[in-house]
Design a protein around this ligand. Structure first.
Ligand code: CMP
Length: 144
């Protein structure tokens, strides 16, 4: 299925100058970039984004950390892109992520796991509409 996912490079990865390394993996896989912005996310936006985690003990720390520095918010499109990007990212916990995955290669701690990826097609739709306006999604095809 041709679908879209929302990926977000987190402040720790920006700080560690890993933006290009991360984007490169999705580009080289063959997925199509549809939207991208470099921004400092407000606590309000992050609370909405992580709403289903609001009862967790780590929630306040997560919001504080995610708003501590800029993130790169992106929309990618392609065949089974949601599931495949999750595989490219690795497990939520870097300790359980295989070498070769983004988190397996680049991170150690679950609270600093480099990049977020939508966990389902429905979540992706919700997250994309939360982070992007319709007109920010670029409609393009490679030149033939
Ligand atoms: P992410 O894919 O952005 O989705 C939810 C985030 O919550 C997750 O990645 C982690 O960064 C964070 N998270 C999940 N579990 C924990 C935990 N036990 N401690 C701190 N952060 C966590």
């Amino acid at each position: 299925n041709k679908e879209r996912t929302f990926l977000m490079i987190k402040p720790d990865a920006v700080h560690r100058a890993l933006i290009a390394d991360i984007i490169k993996r999705f580009e080289q896989k063959g997925f199509k970039l549809v939207a991208m912005k470099f921004m400092k996310a407000s606590e309000e936006l992050l609370r909405k984004h992580y709403d289903e985690l609001k009862e967790k003990k780590f929630f306040p720390g997560l919001i504080k950390y995610m708003s501590s520095g800029p993130v790169v918010a992106m929309v990618w499109e392609g065949l089974d892109v949601v599931k495949t990007c999750r595989a490219i990212l690795g497990e939520t916990d870097p300790a359980k992520s295989k070498p070769g995955s983004v988190r397996g290669d680049l991170s150690i701690h679950i609270g600093r796991n480099i990049c977020h990826g939508s966990d389902s097609v429905d979540t992706a739709k919700r997250e994309i509409s939360l982070w992007f306006k319709d007109e920010e999604l670029v409609d393009w095809e490679p030149a033939t």
